[in-house]
Design a protein around this ligand. Structure first.
Ligand code: XMP
Length: 513
């Protein structure tokens, strides 16, 4: 059964993905479409509601993104957010101008007063904080609209034409700083668009399995399994859908965390799929011998992955489908961004160059990360896979500073496992987004018992971040750091000093190499 759909029409604001995620959190399926999507295409999707996002422009700037006024003739409710609100007002005959004085320009947390007889604010307190960031002002609201929220500086923080189902808010209900923002979106979806709330992971899972079965038929599918969340969930979904028609290739480069390879294997043992585990530690370590420069290490590891896949590819021959764990944020963002290469990221993505295949399948293409995790749980994957923090493709190879050797990898594995264990014991797992140990290439003098030691310094790294582009170092309580430190120096040979990395990104990066 197809799901009801809400369209998030993207005018280039910074919170567009967030709006879409919030809508889905309300159990309503939505898709982000660029404002250049023709009306006919939107119409054909039969949306139950449309949300105009914010955007960086002023509506009276001739170069700013607009949309055909006919969108307001579809009989579909529209919610305009920030720029989206001004665009709606502008298009429907209102007047939007630059705020004359600073007092009408609003940024940040603003006390806002709501008319709770308006459907958008139904059931909410009459006063609350909202998150504003606009410098334009609606001097005249369009005909048919009433004012439904105001602040000290601005009489028309929100406007509504309840008869036609058009609503506009100058603030951002999708960000957490707006009190009850999620409830406002929920009101728009349920009170105005009459959503049925038919987007649940359980249902999605069943539908996705049926769709994959139909598409794949009796074809053969190949997937490169990294052990990360996305490829693991894609594998589980395909395993459930087509069983032994699926072949997964998992390359253990010897630079995995403690027991990781076995955990991945165990998680998939309940399905009757062909899981090819390539234990290639020796190959990778030999190729890395004597190499100390980070970018060279990454290139070498990337190249060796390809060599391994070539080898497996020859055994497998032709497949019908190549599966990839692409997720929705990658889809929304693809083609944008032109950032400088700080590190040449290596991902165990696809194998297109050396395996013949007819088509690519991307079963997670429309899901956000939190939905992917939910789906993984639905499919019975263990929490240690579903909640796994990001782990770089080159693995411990870039967490061992300087030359990579088996001895160093073993030391780091043990220390890293202790760090992760203590974080879990302290119940801090969800308060940081990535945490790991780094084996520095530095040795220093210590004392153990009555003797002098000259051993490695281990660094602990833990960050909080929402996008991994910027990050702050996590404020781990001293007692926890102390426990980790005491345990590591006592339990792991060749480490006699522990330091905690207190730099944010930028200027540092999350990984050390
Ligand atoms: P940096 O160190 O650039 O890391 O601040 C940002 C995020 O990317 C991860 N990372 C990688 N992931 N292949 C990956 O799949 C890589 O080569 C790679 N290098 C860094 C890093 O763990 C962090 O989550």
């Amino acid at each position: 059964m197809p799901h009801q759909l809400v369209i998030v029409l993207d005018f280039g604001g910074q919170y567009n993905q967030l709006i879409a995620r919030r809508v889905r959190e309300c159990n309503v399926y939505c898709e982000v479409k660029p404002y250049t999507t023709p009306l006919e295409e939107l119409k054909a999707l039969h949306p139950i509601g449309i949300i105009f996002t914010g955007g960086p422009n002023s509506v009276y700037d001739p170069k700013s993104p607009h949309y055909t006024p006919e969108i307001f003739e579809l009989g579909v409710p529209v919610l305009g957010i920030c720029y989206g609100c001004q665009l709606m007002a502008h298009t429907l005959g209102g007047l939007v101008t630059a705020a004359q004085d600073d007092s009408a320009r609003e940024y940040g947390k603003t006390v806002t007063y709501y008319d709770t007889s308006c459907k958008l604010f139904k059931g909410l307190p009459e006063e609350g904080i909202s998150w504003m960031s606009h410098s334009d002002y609606m001097a005249k609201v369009p005909e048919g609209f009433g004012l439904v929220a105001h602040s000290a500086a601005c009489p028309n923080v929100a406007i509504a034409d309840e008869e036609r189902g058009f609503y506009g808010v100058q603030f951002h209900p999708e960000v957490n700083h707006t009190e009850n923002g999620l409830q406002m979106l929920r009101n728009f979806l349920y009170e105005v668009c009459h959503a049925a709330g038919d987007w649940t992971m359980g249902d999605y899972c069943k539908t996705a399995i049926a769709t994959l079965r139909e598409k794949i038929g009796d074809g053969k599918v190949l997937l490169a399994l990294s052990g990360g969340v996305d490829s693991s969930v894609a594998a589980a979904l395909l395993a459930e859908a087509v069983g032994d028609q699926l072949t997964c290739v998992f390359v253990d480069h010897g630079l995995m965390r403690l027991d990781e390879g076995d955990e991945v294997e165990a998680a998939f043992s309940k399905w009757n799929i062909n899981l090819i585990r390539m234990n290639e530690e020796e190959r990778f370590l030999t190729a890395l011998k004597g190499v100390t420069e980070p970018e060279r290490k990454r290139k070498i590891i990337g190249e060796q992955f390809i060599r391994v896949f070539e080898k497996v590819g020859k055994q497998i021959g032709t497949v019908d489908y190549l599966a990839q764990g692409t997720i929705y944020p990658d889809v929304i963002e693809s083609g944008t961004g032109d950032a400088a290469v700080i590190k040449s990221h290596h991902n165990v993505g696809g194998l297109p160059d050396f395996v013949d295949f007819k088509e690519i399948v991307e079963p997670l293409r429309m899901l956000f990360k939190d939905e992917v995790r939910q789906l993984g749980r639905e499919l019975g994957l263990p929490d240690y896979l579903v909640m796994r923090q990001p782990f770089p493709g080159p693995g411990l190879g870039i967490r061992i500073i300087g030359e990579v050797t088996k001895e160093k990898a073993d030391i780091l594995r043990e220390a890293d496992a202790i760090f992760r264990e203590e974080i879990a014991k302290a119940g801090l797992e969800n308060q940081m987004n990535q945490y790991f140990a780094v084996l520095t290439n530095m040795r220093s003098v210590g004392v153990m018992g009555d003797g002098r030691t000259y051993d490695y310094t281990l660094a602990l790294r833990s960050v909080t971040t929402s996008d991994f582009m910027t990050a702050d170092w996590a404020r781990i309580p001293y007692e926890v750091l102390d426990k980790v430190s005491v345990r590591i120096v006592n339990e792991v040979k060749n480490i006699n000093r522990i330091v905690y990395d207190i730099t944010s990104k930028p200027p540092a990066t999350i990984e050390w190499e």
